[in-house]
Write a protein that binds this ligand. Sequence first.
Ligand code: ADP
Length: 455
Amino acid sequence: MKNLSVKLKITLWYTAFMTLLIVVSLLVLFSISSLRVLSDARTRLKNTVLQGYSEIEYRDGLLTFDDDLNYLEEGVYLCAYDSQGYLLYGRTPAGFSGAPTLIMDQLRQVGSGQDFWYVYDYCQSVDGYGNLWLRGIASQTGADSVLRIITNAAFILLPFSVLLIALGGYLITARALRPLSAMTETARTISRGKDLTQRIRLGAGKDEVHVLAHTFDQMMERLQISFENEKQFTSDVSHELRTPVAVILSQCEYASQEGTPPEELRGSIGVIGAQARKMSVLISQLLTLARADNGKQKLQYELVNLSELAEIITEEQSLAAEEKGITLQTDISPEILMRADETMMMRLFINLISNSITYGKPGGHTRITLSADEKEITGSVADDGIGIPAEHLDKIWQRFYQVDPSRTSGSGSGSGLGLPMVKWIVEAHGGQIGVSSRPGEGSVFTFRFPKRTAS
Ligand code: ADP
């Protein structure tokens, strides 16, 4: 049974069940009908026999049978017997084979096959004579023959009905399960050719098979997206690492040449150090995001003085800002406390402030604000730098997305991982972050944390 196809299994079960149902229904129908026929025959014969006694008299030592006895009921023959079972009066229908023993008040069927009779005997005392038996004999009724014909027809038709049921069941099941074959075929094509763009596309429908097919298509959609993201990610990482590695290699080659002056050697080591730091930042950002994806980046919650942290990081960044002629301004409310991961909060401020410097313009300003009310803590980093064109605003949160890699040429530190990490940090703390920007005018990054995580 296990090796049979689902189609065949369903057909077999369905056919067996339907056959059983038909057979049981026929049996119930026939037994009820034949019971009814028997009871009708019994009532008819008994009434005639009892009526027959009124047509019999015992007079002057003789039993007299009125002629009416033969015409009491059409099709019913009456015979009278003495208590020894000798026939005294009456006639039997043509073809009536035997005279079974007299049995009181019982309906019997005598004969076989198509020819049979109903026989009913009754014994009653006739005044002056004593016990007299009366027997009523009736041939089968119309209802009997109809019942027999139907029974015979049913038994002849039953095998054909079973065949029809099996065929119908098979066709319906095959039709209902056709999408499953399509799904199997699609899955096979995907696994053979690794073509993740394949879909079942079963069309509209709400039955189980359609739901399964839609779910399968959705799953393939997600698989395809994550597979493509994975490919994109690998290529982005390789791309980002290639430049610093190439710079390091060329600097090593240059420095290892004989006769390189010591100050140039120091210069090379400086360049190598800067590139190594860039790789280190990239690797640590990648690690954070990878752990965040796997749910393994655990936050170390502690009570953090966010105001102090913001001041310290602003201070740290002021040197880089000065180099670019950018003034850092703060509007930080004091003593804003929040339960948070301190390292992550540092990264948040460092990324936003250093971006404002990287993408700020010489002589520009960066304004860092932090405030809190009963509901939330709100912070922002606003600059009057180059801004972000509207069509890029949604995409800057994607990994490795850079509006224009050449815009960072000054620092050469861009990798497109900073903002995705900032977004993850804010969301992991239950907050939200957004940006508004105008090209040439500047950008404002605003984040909010609900007070419940701040308590
Ligand atoms: P990157 O390492 O390239 O700075 P980020 O994820 O931090 O990567 O930023 C993504 C992109 O968003 C950057 O390439 C830059 O073009 C844009 N961007 C981020 N911050 C600013 C800002 N303050 N002003 C203008 N553009 C910005």
